[in-house]
Design a binder for this molecule. Structure first.
Ligand code: NBP
Length: 480
C-alpha cells in the first residue's frame, strides 16, 4: 500500500533492478520503506507493479524522502557506483542530521568507501559501505550482505539487514564485517573469487567439449552430477542449466550461439590491483580476469587463428577416467582460488587494521551470494578449528582433498597442454600449489641477480643479516 504520511523505517534511493528488489524485500519483511529515484518514473513503476506487497512511502524530492524517515534516519543508496554515488551522498548529507546513517549498497571501490566514511564522519553522519551479493534474485529473496562502517550503526541496521538476508540453518548471511571500507573490500574479493570459480568451470567445460568431444547437453549432465557432490554450488548448478538451454531460433544449444568474448564490470580487476598492492599472489583470480580480456581481444584472436599448434597428442581414451580427473582438478583449483582470496582478506585486514574474521565470511557466503557452495561449510569449519590458519590449503580437510586430487590435476594440465587447450587457471593453480610446497625456489637466483646489477643485497641461509657480493670488484662477499 502506498501512503503519504507513514514514518518510514528505511529509505531506498536508486530504484533500478537492485534497489527495487531490496526495497520490496524490506517491505515484505514488515518494514515501511520510503522510495526515491532520480527520475520518478521508476518509483511509480515499482509502486504500480508491487505497491501491494507492503508499506511504501512515495517521494519525489530528496527533502521529501528524508522527511519521511524515522530518526536516526537510515537511507540505502542503490545507484550506479562511482560519481553517481558521490552525487547522491552529497545531496543526502546536505539534508540529513548528525547521527543519521547513509548506507551505500552499490559495488563501490573500497578505497572510495574509506574516503566517504571519513568525510561523512567529519559531518557527524554515519556511513556504512555494505557489499550486497546475489544479483536481482538475491536482492528480492535474500542476499548475502557485508556491511562495514561504525559498529554503532550495526546495532540498529543489523537486525534489519539480517531479516532480509538469506539464511543457512537459521544463521543469517549477514554480519558486521569491520570498520570503514571493509565491507566493500570483502565484497570485492568475493567477486574476485567468483571470477576464478567461473573461469575454472569454463576450463572444465572446454576440456569436456574439446578433449572428450562431449556436446552441450552431455556436459550439462556431467555438471548436474557434479552438483550432487563436493562441487555442489550455485555456479555449478546454473552451469548445468545454461548448458541444457536450447536456442529457440536455431535449435542449437544456446551456449553455441553466444559470442565467446567475456565482459567484465571491474570488480575482478579491482581485486587483482589490490592484491598487487598488498603483495598477495591471487593467481587464480588474475588468470580469470586476463582470460576474459583475452577472450575479448577479437582482433588479435582473429589474426592468430592459423598459428601453429605443434604436434598435438591423441585425445584421452578413457572418457570416464578423464571426466573424473577434470572434476578433481576443478575441486583442487577451486580450493587454491579460495585460499588465495582468503589470504588477500587477511592481508587487507592487516593493512587497514580491520580485524576481519575469515570464518565469519565463510559463514555468510554459504547462502544468498553467487559463490554460495557446500564447500564454504568446510572453510567455516577450518577457521573454527584453527583461526590462525596460515593458508586454507593446510587445513586437514583441504589438504586431504588436494592430495586425493593431485594426480588427476597433473594429468588434466598435462593433457590440456598436449592437446593445445588453454587452461590458465587450472595450470596456474597447480603451479601455485607446487611453488608453495617447494623446499627451494629459484628466488635465490633472482636475489643474486638483483644484487649483481643493483647491489640490492641478499640474506644467507647460514648467517643473519644482509650481504653483498662485490660483483664488479674481486667478487668477495661483504656484510651490507
Ligand atoms: P545501475 O547500476 O544500473 O544504476 C541505475 C540507478 O542509478 C538508477 O536508479 C539511476 O537513476 C541511478 N543514477 C544514475 Br545511473 N546516475 C545517478 C545520479 N547522478 N544521481 C542519482 N541517481 C543516479 O542499477 P543496478 O543494476 O540496480 O545496481 C545498483 C547498484 O548495485 C550498483 O552499484 C551495482 O554495481 C550494485 N550491484 C548490482 C548487482 C546486479 O546484479 N545488478 C549486484 C550487486 C550489486 P535513473 O533511474 O534516474 O536513471
Amino acid at each position: 500500500m502506498a501512503s503519504t504520511n507513514a514514518i518510514a523505517n528505511i529509505g531506498v534511493t536508486g530504484l533500478a533492478v537492485m534497489g527495487s528488489n531490496i526495497a520490496r524485500n524490506f517491505a515484505r519483511n514488515g518494514y515501511t520503506v520510503a522510495l526515491h529515484n532520480r527520475s520518478i518514473a521508476k518509483t511509480d513503476a515499482l509502486l504500480e507493479a508491487h505497491g501491494a506487497e507492503g508499506d511504501f512511502v512515495r517521494t519525489e524530492t530528496i527533502e521529501e524522502f528524508v522527511a519521511a524517515l524515522e530518526k536516526p534516519r537510515r537511507v540505502l543508496i542503490m545507484v550506479k557506483a562511482g560519481e553517481p554515488t558521490d552525487a547522491v551522498i552529497e545531496e543526502l548529507a546536505a539534508v540529513m542530521e548528525p547521527g543519521d546513517i547513509i548506507i551505500d549498497g552499490g559495488n563501490a571501490l573500497y578505497t572510495d568507501t574509506i574516503r566517504r566514511e571519513a568525510a561523512m564522519k567529519a559531518r557527524g553522519l554515519n556511513f556504512v559501505g555494505a557489499g550486497i551479493s546475489g544479483g536481482e534474485e538475491g536482492a528480492l529473496n535474500g542476499p548475502a550482505i557485508m556491511p562495514g562502517g561504525p559498529a554503532e550503526s550495526y546495532k540498529t541496521l543489523g537486525p534489519m539487514f539480517e531479516s532480509i538476508a538469506a539464511d543457512v540453518d537459521g544463521t543469517p548471511c549477514c554480519t558486521h564485517i569491520g570498520p570503514d571500507g571493509s565491507g566493500h573490500f570483502v565484497k570485492m574479493v568475493h567477486n574476485g573469487i567468483e571470477y576464478a570459480d567461473m573461469q575454472l568451470i569454463g576450463e572444465a567445460y572446454h576440456l569436456l567439449r574439446d578433449a572428450l568431444g562431449f556436446g552441450a547437453a552431455q556436459i550439462a549432465d556431467v555438471f548436474t552430477e557434479w552438483n550432487s557432490g563436493d562441487l555442489e554450488s550455485y555456479l555449478v548448478e546454473i552451469t548445468a542449466q545454461v548448458l541444457a538451454q536450447v536456442d529457440a531460433g536455431t535449435g542449437e544449444p544456446l551456449v553455441d550461439v553466444i559470442v565467446d568474448a567475456a565482459e567484465q564490470k571491474g570488480t575482478g580487476r579491482w581485486t587483482v590491483k589490490s592484491a598487487l598492492d598488498l603483495g598477495v599472489p591471487v593467481t587464480g583470480i588474475a588468470e580469470a580476469v586476463f582470460a576474459r580480456a583475452l577472450s575479448g581481444s577479437r582482433v588479435q584472436r582473429r589474426a592468430a587463428q592459423r598459428l601453429a599448434s605443434g604436434t598435438l597428442a591423441e585425445k584421452p581414451s578413457d572418457t570416464a577416467q578423464f571426466t573424473e580427473d577434470i572434476r578433481r582438478a576443478l575441486y583442487a583449483s577451486k580450493i587454491v582460488a579460495y585460499a588465495q582470496g582468503f589470504d588477500q582478506i587477511a592481508a587487507g585486514s592487516t593493512e587497514y587494521n580491520w580485524d576481519l574474521h575469515p570464518g565469519d565470511l565463510a559463514t555468510i557466503w554459504r547462502g544468498g551470494c553467487i559463490i554460495r557452495a557446500r564447500f564454504l561449510n568446510r572453510i567455516k569449519e577450518a577457521y573454527e578449528q584453527d583461526p590462525g590458519l596460515p593458508t586454507l590449503i593446510l587445513a586437514p580437510y583441504f589438504r586431504e582433498a588436494i592430495e586425493h586430487a593431485v594426480d588427476s590435476w597433473r594429468r588434466v594440465v598435462a593433457t590440456a597442454t598436449m592437446l593445445g587447450i588453454p587452461v590458465p587457471a587450472f595450470a596456474s593453480s597447480l603451479s601455485y600449489y607446487d611453488a608453495l610446497r617447494a623446499p627451494r625456489l629459484p628466488a635465490a637466483l633472482t636475489q643474486a641477480q638483483r644484487d649483481f646489477f643493483g647491489a640490492h643485497t641478499y640474506e644467507r641461509i647460514d648467517a643473519a643479516g644482509n650481504f653483498h657480493t662485490q660483483w664488479s670488484g674481486d667478487r668477495s662477499e661483504v656484510p651490507a
